[in-house]
Ligand binder design. Structure first.
Ligand SMILES: [Zn+2]
Length: 156
């Protein structure tokens, strides 16, 4: 079981992206810090908008640039700071991953060029009260996946 913490600044980034995108999907890449056994904190979230999830995955140029900056800022300490996964919004339906979402994440985690031991998919939406609703799943290279625990660290 993997636990993902969302610090207040990342929560603000996601909320702002959701409000800007409105009824359109938005998404991006999550960079994380390894905090302890099975425990990760999101340290950076890129924001791409105006398309479907599959197009965010393909639109890697912006993401790669942010990743390089992130690695530089964290002194290339890959054991501690690394690619965590992907996030995107479901503006008009539940935050559960779709069949397409599951498949896209399994493609990423099985991709030897990514070389990940696991990848996380965070799905978010705005609740009626403009709060963040979210789910997180973790995907493994053997093709299995599991619901992960999400912890929101701060109140806005
Ligand atoms: Zn989705």
């Amino acid at each position: 079981m993997i636990t993902i913490s969302i610090p207040p600044d990342i929560e603000r980034t996601l909320l702002k992206a959701l409000k800007t995108a409105g009824s359109k999907e938005c998404g991006g890449v999550l960079m994380g810090e390894h905090m302890g056994p099975g425990q990760f904190a999101v340290r950076h979230a890129t924001v791409q908008g105006g398309g479907r999830f599959s197009s965010f995955v393909r639109d890697t140029q912006t993401a790669l640039r942010s990743l390089r900056t992130f690695f530089r800022q964290t002194d290339h300490d890959y054991a501690r700071f690394n690619y965590l996964g992907e996030w995107h919004s479901h503006p008009s339906f539940s935050v559960q991953p779709s069949t397409t979402d599951h498949q896209a994440m399994l493609d990423i985690v099985k991709d030897v060029r990514v070389g990940a031991n696991f990848v996380v998919l965070l799905i978010v939406k705005l609740s009626n009260r403009d709060a963040l609703e979210a789910s997180a799943h973790t995907y493994l290279p053997d093709g299995s996946f599991a619901l992960s625990t999400l912890i929101f660290q701060g109140t806005l």
